[in-house]
Write a protein that binds this ligand. Structure first.
Ligand SMILES: Nc1nc2c(ncn2[C@@H]2O[C@H](COP(=O)(O)OP(=O)(O)OP(=O)(O)O)[C@@H](O)[C@H]2O)c(=O)[nH]1
Ligand SMILES: [Zn+2]
Length: 188
């Protein structure tokens, strides 16, 4: 589990290291606040995205389901700065294995709440859905802005990174892949 005491000590050390007075009013509770914040932002480290999908319905729908524009916030593992944007998750369920729409957003949430790479979030979402629901196909597209590219370093605010992961029929069948990508694009 997350060691909030340790985070507090570390944050205090960072503040001291940059030359701040950790006893001044505004900073006194900052280590505690940051510890609570990291507990929340990294809570996905202690959850398995596959658990979110264990609820599914015995419905016969075997056509595409797409949840578009799922907002997410994550933390880049290189700089511990946020990156944020939208995830689009599509799948073609197998007979009897239709999951709840909110469960797709919960998978996004769980894998985002960790020190992450955008590419890894994308493939972890696709793989969790493939593993639990064994659908005909999964397509995940993520578009995000990285604060480590906006507010520091190369300083290119507004640059958007787009990543995708396709599995099953979306990988093998070009027509299916074009269909899902055009449905996702309609909302861009
Ligand atoms: N592929 C990928 N790279 C990322 C992601 N988030 C941040 N990065 C990149 O990780 C790289 C880390 O590069 P380094 O050279 O080790 O670190 P740095 O000196 O701080 O790099 P700059 O950001 O270019 O200043 C940078 O190019 C970041 O843009 C991500 O989600 N995926
Ligand atoms: Zn970064």
């Amino acid at each position: 589990m997350i060691d909030e005491e340790k985070i507090q000590r570390a944050v205090k050390m960072i503040l001291e290291a940059v030359g701040e007075d950790t006893e001044r009013e505004g900073l006194r509770d900052t280590p505690l606040r940051v510890a609570k914040m990291y507990s929340e932002l990294f809570s996905g480290l202690h959850r398995d995205p596959k658990d979110e999908l264990e609820v599914y319905f015995n419905e016969d729908h075997e056509e595409m389901v797409l949840v578009r524009d799922i907002p997410f916030y994550s933390m880049c593992e290189h700089h511990l700065l946020p990156f944020m944007g939208k995830a689009h998750v599509a799948y073609i369920p197998r007979k009897g294995r239709l999951t709840g729409l909110s469960k797709l957003a919960r998978v996004v949430e769980t894998v985002s709440k960790r020190p992450q790479l955008q590419e890894r979030i994308t493939s972890e979402i696709a793989d969790a859905i493939m593993e639990v629901l064994n659908p005909h196909g999964v397509a995940v597209v993520i578009e995000a802005e990285h604060m480590c590219m906006s507010m520091r370093g190369v300083r290119k605010p507004g640059a958007i990174t787009v990543t995708s992961a396709v599995r099953g029929i979306f990988r093998t069948n070009e027509a299916s892949r074009s269909e899902v990508l055009s449905l996702i694009k309609k909302g861009l």
